[in-house]
Design a protein around this ligand. Structure first.
Ligand code: FSO
Ligand code: SF4
Length: 555
């Protein structure tokens, strides 16, 4: 196997024996073959004349891509089924495209790449063998920079696919976004595209990332209201069993809350579900009891102690320990071999969470891990409602600098850097955060500034959009030409492919001088990394002390 799509890749080079995430060789090969099939399907889709496009297939591509993100789907049979479906859709679409082009008197532009017509037959082991031959290091392009940019594009597209799926779950659609997934995937099979074409595609991927995050923001706020500043309890309410919900899918949480109402069961959030407490339609449920535990990588400790059922709505799932294996459930695109799965909702219906509810009633209450609370809910509306005060504080010099510390958390001890930066930033700075990166400092008492907490938590990683909206509003208010002219520094933590998309989105917006850590992506070739340094002043992280000193003078 060879996989280097996430920040925790072995030796910051590539996982070759088994993924640090737990992905084994067979699953890696099956995922590689699924990606290959999706690229073939996309290549066929790109030839469809107007009127032959197939929105259901385009959405399928997004969902199947989502299954290949880090820590989403560890179920080989599910990946195999998705690959079979990809090939079946490819072959059906190819027949329709062929007939439509023939009827319109159109000739074939060029031969389809192999992925567009290879045989679809094979059992799961045959697919694994074929997939092993399509690992990123098995299909390298002779030009290392083209290879690197293809991977950058694929990982950005995976992040885009995940956010598209989240928005579509809430009935917010965008054919443009799905069309770009197709275009970008097909481009990675096109040998006529060189470095400058692929750089342009990566930037367009970033532009679509901004649109996807805006779409998801509209979907979440349209359905659940605008986040409001909210104190979230970190302890447990005594005496009642609980269900723990993790991941990013707010609709799953909503339906679970509705189905558990009045049943004597408390619902707690974990990891990236923490921001749910700020949404009016979710916080209205009195049995939404608090947030339990830390970031995704602490789940094995947290889930063992929780005692009740756990629902994984999206990434990041880790190998379940025996102590809670029969209490953890997946749903949506998440999967884990041997773990209970809650099926999709029928059109207009709800998911059926009764297996978790029945189990919860028979479980002990959670063990308390900590006490206290954290403050969430500083998404764009909550911050902009305070715009005058924020602006006055900036103009008077009371707020000297904002530091965007969005992104992901992870296991590596080097991530202590982000805690150290948060602690070392002076009292006249504000930290803007989104994503699970916040767990490195959101429980510290960093005080307030001008009536605002010094850590403004906009929400999940997709709510990085809120941070951009705040920066843009601030730039407009002070008459700055570009958000780069504001006193804002970026110190971003990344882990998986949604974060790659967030990075491309920031680059598309022209943000310069981003620090990215704990390491730069292994899939950046030396020349591609140098290009990002030269054109965007992208930097790796240094020591907390040096970086804080540099950020305070705008470097
Ligand atoms: Fe984190 Fe995992 Fe939100 Fe990611 S829980 S790491 S970038 O999946 O999606 O921030
Ligand atoms: Fe390794 Fe990350 Fe790939 Fe898992 S997702 S196999 S940890 S590079």
């Amino acid at each position: 196997m060879f996989c280097y799509q996430c920040q925790e890749t072995t030796k910051n080079s590539g996982c070759v024996i088994r993924g640090i995430c737990g992905k084994d060789e067979r699953l890696a090969a099956l995922q590689d073959y699924l990606l290959y099939a999706l690229k073939g399907l996309a290549a066929v889709g790109m030839r469809a004349p107007a009127g032959v496009e197939d929105q259901a297939t385009d959405l399928f591509v997004a969902q199947a891509l989502f299954a290949t993100l880090t820590n989403v789907n560890f179920d080989p049979e599910r990946i195999y089924a998705l690959t079979r479906e990809a090939f079946a859709r490819r072959d059906a679409l190819r027949a329709r495209v062929h007939a439509a082009r023939h009827a319109a008197g159109l000739s074939c532009p060029s031969p389809l790449p192999e992925a567009g017509h290879c045989p679809a037959d094979g059992d799961i082991e045959a697919y694994a063998t074929l997939g092993a031959a399509r690992a990123p290091n098995a299909t390298t392009h002779p030009d290392a920079d083209v290879q690197s940019l293809r991977e950058l594009l694929v990982y950005g597209i995976k992040g885009l696919a995940a956010y598209c799926d989240h928005a579509y779950v809430l009935d917010h659609s965008s054919p443009d976004l799905l069309a770009f997934l197709k275009e970008g995937l097909a481009a990675t099979l096109d040998d006529s595209l060189g470095v400058s074409d692929l750089v342009a595609l990566a930037m367009r991927c970033g532009a679509h990332g901004v649109s996807a995050m805006a779409l998801l923001d509209a979907a979440n706020t349209g359905r659940f209201g605008h986040p409001e500043p909210t104190q979230v309890s970190l302890g447990v309410r005594p005496g009642a069993p609980g269900i723990l919900v993790s991941g990013h899918d707010l609709l799953d949480l909503y339906e679970l809350l509705a189905q558990t109402a009045g049943k004597g069961i408390l619902v707690y959030t974990h990891g990236e579900m923490l921001p749910a407490h700020a949404y009016p339609a979710l916080k209205a449920f009195p049995h939404l009891a608090g947030n339990y535990g830390g970031a995704w990588w602490e789940q094995q400790r947290d889930f063992a102690a929780f005692n009740g059922p756990i629902l994984m709505t999206t990434n990041c799932i880790q190998t379940p320990r025996e102590s809670y294996r029969d209490r953890i459930f997946t749903t949506g695109m998440v999967g884990y071999e041997g773990v209970g799965h809650i099926g999709d909702r029928a059109p207009g219906g709800q998911k059926d969470f009764s297996p978790l509810i029945e189990l919860a009633i028979a479980c002990q209450p959670p063990l308390e891990l900590e006490t206290g609370s954290v403050l969430v809910g500083f998404a764009r509306k909550a911050v902009l409602d305070n715009a005058e005060a924020v602006l006055a504080a900036v103009q008077s010099g009371a707020i000297k600098r904002f530091v965007v510390m969005a992104g992901c958390d992870g296991r590596q001890k080097e991530r202590a850097y982000f805690t150290e930066v948060a602690q070392a930033l002076p009292q006249d700075t504000i930290i803007l955060t989104a994503g699970c990166a916040k767990y490195r400092y959101n429980k510290l008492d960093l005080g307030t500034l001008g009536g605002l907490p010094r850590v403004l938590d906009a929400g999940q990683c997709n709510d990085s959009y809120s941070l951009v909206a705040v920066a843009q509003a601030l730039a407009d208010a002070v008459g700055a030409e570009h958000i780069n002219d504001l006193p804002i520094s970026y110190d971003i933590a990344w882990y998986e492919q949604k974060a790659v998309l967030v990075l491309l989105s920031l680059l598309h917006l022209g943000v310069k001088g981003i620090r990215l850590g704990p390491t730069l992506p292994a899939f950046l070739s030396p020349n591609v990394a140098a290009f990002l340094v030269q054109n965007f002043d992208l930097k790796g992280i240094g020591s907390a002390e040096e970086d804080v000193a540099a950020m305070l003078v705008g470097a």
